[in-house]
Unconditional design. Structure first.
Length: 156
């Protein structure tokens, strides 16, 4: 094998090694809302999904939800193994309520892995003034309590 052929083989091997590594460390950060236009008396959900072939995904830096009150937060995780490849998907879901009418921007979420930072998209939410008049706010449904009194009791 001459020097040119050896160099070609080494470069090809390096290319495939680095290409495989880049695919192996692919990270996708996706942010979405279920409603981009809401009334000031409504709620909506913000969902941040992180998908990666890494087995350990660090906690992201969540956006500043200025203009909104966080009513609840939950997260889920899923690990998929297909054709010998593992993929981890994390989802963080926030239920938000606006604090005023106007147009608000939810800044991107960020995830730092090693020396690389991944960002989600910036989202705009238009909050219209409330359509309910002070005396017309509906009462909670009698079968659905307004508090957590129907939470199951757990005895160990």
């Amino acid at each position: 094998m001459n020097a040119r052929t050896t160099t070609f083989v080494v470069l090809c091997a390096a290319f495939f090694f680095l290409a495989g590594r880049a695919v192996a460390e692919e990270v996708v950060l996706d942010a979405e809302v279920d409603k981009a236009r809401i009334s000031a008396d409504a709620i909506f959900s913000y969902k941040l999904t992180i998908s990666s072939s890494l087995s350990r995904i660090p906690k992201p830096k969540f956006p500043d939800f200025s203009g909104f009150k966080v009513l609840s937060r939950t997260n889920t995780s899923q690990i998929t193994i297909a054709q010998g490849k593992t993929r981890t998907t994390l989802a963080y879901i926030f239920v938000l309520a606006p604090t005023a009418a106007g147009v608000f921007t939810i800044s991107p979420a960020e995830l730092k892995i090693g020396d690389k930072t991944y960002s989600s998209a910036e989202l705009k939410i238009e909050v219209e003034p409330s359509k309910l008049k002070p005396g017309n706010i509906p009462e909670p449904h009698p079968e659905i309590p307004a508090d957590d009194s129907l939470q199951p009791e757990v005895t160990l």
